[in-house]
Design a protein around this ligand. Sequence first.
Ligand SMILES: NC(=O)c1ccc[n+]([C@@H]2O[C@H](COP(=O)([O-])OP(=O)(O)OC[C@H]3O[C@@H](n4cnc5c(N)ncnc54)[C@H](OP(=O)(O)O)[C@@H]3O)[C@@H](O)[C@H]2O)c1
Length: 259
Amino acid sequence: MPHAETPRTHGIAVVTGASGGIGAATARGLAEAGYRVVLTARRKDRIEALAAELTEAGHSATAYPLDVTDRAAVDTFASAFRTIAVLVNNAGGALGADPVATGDPADWRQMYETNVIGTLNVTQALLPALTASGDGTVVVVSSTAGHATYEGGAGYVAAKHGAHVLAETLRLEIVGTPVRVIEIAPGMVRTEGFALTRFGGDAEKAAKVYAGVAEPLTAEDVADTITWAVTRPPHVNVDLLVVRPRAQASNTKVHREQP
Ligand SMILES: NC(=O)c1ccc[n+]([C@@H]2O[C@H](COP(=O)([O-])OP(=O)(O)OC[C@H]3O[C@@H](n4cnc5c(N)ncnc54)[C@H](OP(=O)(O)O)[C@@H]3O)[C@@H](O)[C@H]2O)c1
């Protein structure tokens, strides 16, 4: 008999990068699943607006402005919690699409800081509270870029490989504790921020990423997989879930309709 979905009402779920895209959709999904969601990101106005919207809809949601690369701020944030049920490490993204020959080291450094050190900071700081819950879940939103490379992607691919390794190693190290580690690796997702950030706000370049692709994944598609994995019974650990749009067979093999 398959286990029914486990309702985890009243548990706290912290989502990083909840000001838009996958993080905001995940906060919605987890709130609907019964979690008390704590939304964090740097853009205070956005997380406050989402927290207000969720509260209005009858959920428990609070906003806490946080830069995941600021360890002192992360530690202060973590000190407010005794127990936490779920941490979704979603804050991250890509900067630039230059080849290795000309890629900007500052971009590479920033991608590593956000996607890897940011995940490390928040995970380390909240691990005691996740353990204290007696049934904690750490989610790392990596990417298919954490599993295979593509031309022009090396800086982001290197950072997401780092996030993948962090998840895989943490799972080995904390086995036997009541905390599981789930990695969600999405392929192409059309969010308002991802490609725009990657190309420094150039909307034309950003649009080209999705040109001719019938149906890239949406933030809600990914949030759905995260919420599903998190709401499995505690003994079920979805180690790694790779999710792509049907039109994308690999990082480099994407079907595009001709205009
Ligand atoms: N879209 C895709 O195709 C795709 C595919 C695979 C994986 N992913 C990954 O999924 C995650 C979410 O991406 P998305 O597509 O939803 O992009 P997005 O709309 O640009 O969202 C990125 C989120 O990360 C937050 N963030 C960035 N730097 C941060 C920092 N230093 N501290 C705290 N928050 C920070 C942003 O919030 P603030 O700017 O308000 O801080 C924002 O909420 C990222 O890790 C991304 O790499 C995306």
